[in-house]
Design a protein around this ligand. Sequence first.
Ligand code: SF4
Length: 162
Amino acid sequence: MENWQENLKTADAKKLNTICCFCSCGCGMIASVKDGKLIGLEGDPNHPINQGALCSKGAAAAELHRSLDRVTEPLYRKSYADNWEPVSWDFALSLIAKKIYETREAHWESHESLPNGQQVAVNRMDAVAFFGSAVCTNEETYLEKKLALLLGTSYIEHQARL
Ligand code: SF4
């Protein structure tokens, strides 16, 4: 009997493990990439959450990748400008880091006064909030939480809780 798997269009494609981007279930997917292009996206049979299954949204997720509306580079809107301009990742990440640093410096609270006048150490900065995503894996979310706490903010929310 002919080996049908050899005839699949994804047979010689590179297989990459990824996560569905739609909801907080975090179903595992296998992306088949050939010549730098995504040619297949299917449920990962070895993933403990979905064991290969995908709902209709996950099954259609490859369409997001192919959408002409998909944003593929950082966009920046200058103050008072009415349009967004494409910028490099270096520019975007440096700007974000600079703004987080400046905000932390301006809003750092080392102590708080209790109603009885006692000063207690709090060491926090509540002027920056973190917002997680169902696209993130457990490991990425762990790092995000760690970064948020290192910066001193307790405002950490997640898309999946909305
Ligand atoms: S496949 Fe469906 S259930 Fe699974 S993460 Fe995607 S949207 Fe959620």
